[in-house]
Write a protein that binds this ligand. Structure first.
Ligand SMILES: Nc1ncnc2c1ncn2[C@@H]1O[C@H](COP(=O)(O)OP(=O)(O)OP(=O)(O)O)[C@@H](O)[C@H]1O
Length: 270
């Protein structure tokens, strides 16, 4: 069964919603008939075994997938009720409102300051140097990095530790004030302490942003997310993935409805 979830949801505002979403790479149907929702100011985790399409789904939310030449999608993705694949919608604008943080921290080979300022400039910032200084500080504070870097803003972003680099990438993402931040395994390259810092930061960020995170780490999904979408291949011998269950995280982790979800989170499955 593929999923359509009539969640009687908590009066939360739906920010993103997929309707019968299929994504292909060439002729290969990577994700099939995905229906689920992302709620405002909540953290939604996407979990599931390797290759079931978690990153494909995540990258669909801000049209990053179409940068892959063979990728094509069917169905709808609504962002605040508007179809992001409508021909009148500018993908650059979608990516401004729905930012992304990747698995491996990828600061630009520029100063810490410029890592933030650059995104603001290409997004049309025309203010003074002191206004820019304020925005850079705000973004670094927002990513819980300011105190660690305020005395070395002109040093290269690449001189920071892995965890700091990832927070710099989060600062870069929030500087342009997106509504949603997509995170593809943001802590998987980090040690446990840096991971906990990123998780604390996510809890702070959800006051102002909506977060969707792909993670392989069940404990992380359980600790940090409010909702969880469980993805799986659709069946025996099938290579297409779909969301098989979507619910509040505490329900997914304590009383999932689908046996496959239970098997996966208890480690009985891949
Ligand atoms: N650029 C691409 N071209 C062709 N096939 C792709 C491409 N990217 C992903 N796929 C295929 O689509 C399917 C889903 O991949 P995806 O990376 O979305 O899964 P995932 O659940 O995020 O995996 P993992 O947990 O291993 O990162 C896989 O079968 C993968 O081989």
């Amino acid at each position: 069964m593929t999923g359509s979830f009539n969640l009687i949801m908590d009066n939360n505002h739906v920010v993103l919603e997929t309707k019968n979403l299929n994504v292909f790479y060439g002729n290969f149907l990577a994700i099939k008939d995905v229906n689920f929702q992302v709620f405002r100011n909540q953290i939604t985790a996407i979990i599931g075994p390797s290759g079931c399409g978690k990153s494909t789904l995540l990258r669909s939310f801000n049209r990053m997938n179409e940068l892959v030449p063979s990728a094509r999608s069917e169905g709808k993705i609504l962002f605040n009720g508007e179809d992001i694949y409508d021909p009148t919608i500018d993908p650059v604008e979608v990516r401004r409102k729905i930012g992304m943080v990747f698995q491996k921290p990828n600061p630009f080979p520029k100063s810490i300051y410029e890592n933030i300022a650059w995104g603001l400039k290409i997004n049309g910032f025309r203010g003074s140097k002191s206004e820019m200084d304020d925005l850079v500080e705000q973004a670094l504070r927002g990513a819980a990095l300011w105190d660690e870097v305020k005395d070395k803003l002109d040093q290269s972003g690449l001189s920071l530790s892995g965890g700091q680099q990832q927070r710099l990438c989060i600062a870069r993402a929030i500087a342009i004030k997106p509504e949603v931040i997509l995170m593809d395994e943001p802590a998987s390259a980090l040690d446990p302490i840096a991971t906990l810092k990123i998780e604390d930061l996510m809890r702070e960020l959800k006051e102002n942003y909506t977060i969707v995170i792909v993670t392989h780490n069940m404990q992380e999904a359980a600790r940090v997310s409010d909702y969880t979408a469980m993805m799986m291949l659709t069946g025996e011998g099938e290579r297409s993935g779909t969301v098989i269950e979507f619910d509040r995280t505490n329900i997914i982790f304590t009383r999932p409805k689908d046996k496959r979800t239970e098997d996966y989170i208890t480690g009985r499955f891949g």
